[in-house]
Design a protein around this ligand. Structure first.
Ligand SMILES: NC(=O)c1ccc[n+]([C@@H]2O[C@H](COP(=O)([O-])OP(=O)(O)OC[C@H]3O[C@@H](n4cnc5c(N)ncnc54)[C@H](OP(=O)(O)O)[C@@H]3O)[C@@H](O)[C@H]2O)c1
Length: 351
């Protein structure tokens, strides 16, 4: 599956584009799109959408931007079709070289209850309507709108889709369902590219909601620690990585693509491998030196010349065989034993 070159004439639809990750993704993708491109931004806050639109236009005023203030918690298929059709009214779909849909919208749900206390059906329905049902319906509308255009579909997913977090049963369950929907979509449609992108713990309103309202003290402490130590991922960092992944296309369609856990990991992405390589090189060098010393020592013993004996007596090589755990002096030790002990020292890297 090839990647997406954003530097073309395209159609971009982003949900939850008024703030948070969706806003930054919309801006960064739209910045590089070519004149003639159309960008459709959805969320409830008209002011937030206007601010995203302004940011895009400051960077790239040759694209057309349409905003629609809509509550995506339970929109009908007809309402969504109406929004997309209206946005496309002055464009020719054939002119688009790609169509990119970013399903970013998402809500955390109630994190003040344990799973066993989640007994209200209305709350389950409302949460799934927003985070799963409407996402699937909008996706169907998007697919039907662009039957011929090369399609890229992004689901902004979460580690919570594959790992349980105490106090987040609603969120984890809906994330798992949503991700599986996109995996099925990818399995059924090998010609479209589906990216389940997990952005890491990002410094947004949602992260603040977890550290403020979670009933789980451990999760609260972890999220607060990431925040106070400045180790939450920034919106810019995760968006940069997202665009890189999307453009390179080096992922299996539908697979969970996981990003850097923390800003610390992101910052260490080049230094850590270098450090590990340096440690291995140093160990390798030290083992080589010890091996050389050992060989030289063997040569002295085998040769047995007066000069060599003098060297041995002066203690320069016996230092090398010193073993604090042994009651036997090196001079008393059998040569075979010395050799085995020396090999052990080399293997263990002991001086
Ligand atoms: N932040 C993280 O650490 C993190 C980690 C993993 C995954 N994610 C996922 O990333 C995505 C974005 O998260 P975020 O942290 O950027 O969240 P956020 O700051 O809370 O932003 C959520 C966006 O969704 C929109 N939205 C919420 N309810 C809506 C509704 N009923 N109808 C229409 N739009 C609605 C909001 O706009 P309006 O309020 O204007 O409607 C806003 O634009 C979510 O899917 C989230 O699950 C986040």
């Amino acid at each position: 599956m090839g990647g997406l070159n954003l530097n073309q004439v395209g159609f971009l639809l982003v949900t939850g584009a008024s703030r948070g990750i969706g806003q930054t993704m919309a801006v960064e993708c739209a910045k590089v799109m070519k004149p003639g491109s159309l960008i459709l931004l959805l969320a409830r806050s008209a002011a937030g959408l206007e601010s995203t639109k302004g940011e895009i236009l400051r960077a790239n005023d040759r694209v057309t931007i349409v905003t629609a203030s809509v509550d995506l918690s339970e929109p009908s298929k007809e309402a969504l079709e109406g929004i997309v059709t209206k946005a496309l009214a002055n464009s020719s779909k054939e002119s688009f070289q790609f169509a990119l849909m970013i399903h970013n919208v998402g809500t955390l749900g109630d994190v003040g209850k344990w799973a066993v206390d989640m007994d209200n059906q209305a709350i389950w329905r409302e949460h799934f309507a927003m985070n799963v049902f409407s996402v699937a319906i909008l996706n169907a509308v998007f697919m039907a709108t662009f039957p011929e255009t090369k399609k890229f579909i992004v689901n902004v997913t979460s580690k919570a889709a594959i790992e349980p977090f105490p106090s987040m049963s609603l969120y984890c369950s809906s994330r798992a369902a949503r991700e599986m929907y996109f995996r099925c979509l990818a399995a059924e449609n090998p010609t479209i590219c589906v990216l389940n992108y997990s952005p890491g713990p990002v410094d947004t309103d949602m992260a603040a909601d977890i550290r403020t309202n979670s009933i789980d003290p451990e999760l609260k402490t972890t999220m607060t620690g990431l925040f106070t130590s400045g180790n939450l991922v920034t919106r810019q960092q995760t968006t940069k990585k997202f665009i890189q992944v999307l453009q390179e296309g080096a992922f299996a369609s539908g697979a969970h693509t996981f990003m850097f856990l923390t800003k610390l990991a992101w910052n260490s992405r080049t230094t850590l491998p270098l450090l590990i390589t340096a440690v291995f090189l140093a160990m390798d060098f030290r083992m080589q030196v010890e091996l050389d010393l050992h060989m030289e020592n063997q040569d002295f013993q085998n040769d047995g010349s007066v000069d060599d004996l003098e060297d041995d007596e002066s203690g320069s090589s016996s230092d090398y065989y010193y073993d604090s755990d042994s009651s036997i002096t090196n001079e008393e030790e059998e040569p075979d034993h010395q050799e085995i002990r020396e090999i052990h020292r080399i293997q263990l890297g002991i001086q």
